[in-house]
Design a protein around this ligand. Sequence first.
Ligand SMILES: Nc1ncnc2c1ncn2[C@@H]1O[C@H](COP(=O)(O)OP(=O)(O)O)[C@@H](O)[C@H]1O
Ligand SMILES: [Mg+2]
Length: 316
Amino acid sequence: MTDHADVPAPSAEESPQVITLASRIPNPAPPRVIAIANQKGGVGKTTTAINLGTALAAIGEQVLIIDLDPQGNASTGLGIDRRSRRHSTYDVLMGAATLSDAVLATAVPRLSIAPSTLDLSGLELEVSQERDRAFRLRTALAPLRIATPRASDFSYVLIDCPPSLNLLTVNALAAADAILVPLQCEFFALEGLSQLLQTVATVKSTLNPELMIHGIVLTMHDARNNLSNQVVADVRANSKQKVYDTIIPRNVRVSEAPSYGKPVLVYDLKCVGSEAYLRLATEIIQREKELIANAPRADAAIESDQIESDQQHGAA
Ligand SMILES: Nc1ncnc2c1ncn2[C@@H]1O[C@H](COP(=O)(O)OP(=O)(O)O)[C@@H](O)[C@H]1O
Ligand SMILES: [Mg+2]
């Protein structure tokens, strides 16, 4: 059985100074699997995977990040050096290793990662003729979805997707309960969103009827910049999708942290970037409760928003 309990916990002196803000609520449930996706590069997917993951762990959740980008930035940003990636998500999707073989503890308590390597960029070609090619990740995650989880099992799985609507992203969407979309506060923020929503709708109708849209998180906001503020207003006005109240500010501490192999919450817990990711984690947990309670309504929202979004962006 896949079990991350075998993974050695970091020793006390390695443990970073992340304050544990709350302990996990009892009655463990199977993990919620959230794909962090947007086919645009540089919008904050990896930063959100690392720091939302850390924030969820800090408030008591057991979190697994799955690095599904061949660039491996989530793995590097969490301080996992290339030599220790003995089994990677490539091996897992190729069926050469189980997910538990690939899972590594990070220096953050309750946060683990299945790292990636550049091999992953070849996966699409290698499995293109296989009938189960879109379900490789879903199959690998199946052992986590056991009926009677223990408190030590993962409660959240965050999938860091590559900047493309390729087979890797399709695997993520086919395996996920929900998709979280980071949108950068820049001029063309909404460009490409309708194509992404179209992909979500296709995956939902063909591969994964349970897929929900968790919401949109605005990233790299600069309050002094009128354009940034205009983008926030536009996205809020034009998107029927849930847009999180929490906006992630552009913050130099957030961009410095990965070069130290640390989440920003470890690098500088008090900076505005860390505070924002903690607020986002709290909002996500609240949103989870709403999504689970209103599952059929959330599904209907995908269809109607799709139409609206297509009209706005002239998509076919
Ligand atoms: N809130 C932020 N403030 C400052 N820099 C950020 C912020 N979020 C992301 N960045 C930087 O922007 C770049 C792209 O972010 P990243 O998370 O790697 O995007 P993606 O995974 O979507 O390609 C990285 O250099 C990252 O450090
Ligand atoms: Mg990335």
